[in-house]
Design a protein around this ligand. Structure first.
Ligand SMILES: [Zn+2]
Length: 114
C-alpha cells in the first residue's frame, strides 16, 4: 500500500534526525499532508501505528495537518481563490498548483535530547 511506503520513508527520516542529534526519545511527529497528495489520512495513521513498533517512533504521537490545495498564476503570481476557474484571465494562462498542495512534509519532530 502507498501509505506504508510513505510511513517507512517518514520513519527513516525521523531516525536520521534522532541519530544526528543523539536524541533518546521522540515525543511527537507533525506531518503536513497536501489535499492533493493522494494520501488517505486514516490509512496513513493506521500504517504509522503498525509500522512504528520497534522504531524510534514507537512512543511518538502522530499529528496530521491537512494543507488545502492552492493555485496561482505562473506568469503574474496572482493567487486563484478556491472555486474560481483554474486560470488567470488577465494573463490567459492556466493556474499552477502552489507548493505544499500535493506534498507530504515532515514539519516538526519533538525529541528528547540529553
Ligand atoms: Zn496572471
Amino acid at each position: 500500500m502507498h501509505e506504508y511506503s510513505l510511513v517507512q520513508s517518514l520513519v527513516d527520516r525521523v531516525e536520521t534526525l534522532v541519530r544526528e542529534r543523539s536524541a533518546t526519545a521522540v515525543h511527537r511527529v507533525v506531518v503536513s499532508v497536501g489535499e492533493l497528495a493522494g494520501v488517505d489520512p486514516g490509512l496513513f495513521r493506521t500504517a504509522y501505528e503498525t509500522f512504528r513498533d520497534g522504531t524510534v517512533c514507537e512512543r511518538a504521537a502522530l499529528e496530521l495537518r491537512t494543507v488545502p490545495a492552492s493555485w496561482a498564476c505562473p506568469a503574474c503570481g496572482r493567487s486563484i481563490p478556491p472555486g474560481e476557474v483554474l486560470a488567470c484571465s488577465p494573463c490567459g494562462v492556466p493556474a499552477r498548483l502552489a507548493a505544499g498542495g500535493d506534498a507530504l512534509l515532515l514539519e516538526t519532530v519533538e525529541m528528547e535530547v540529553p
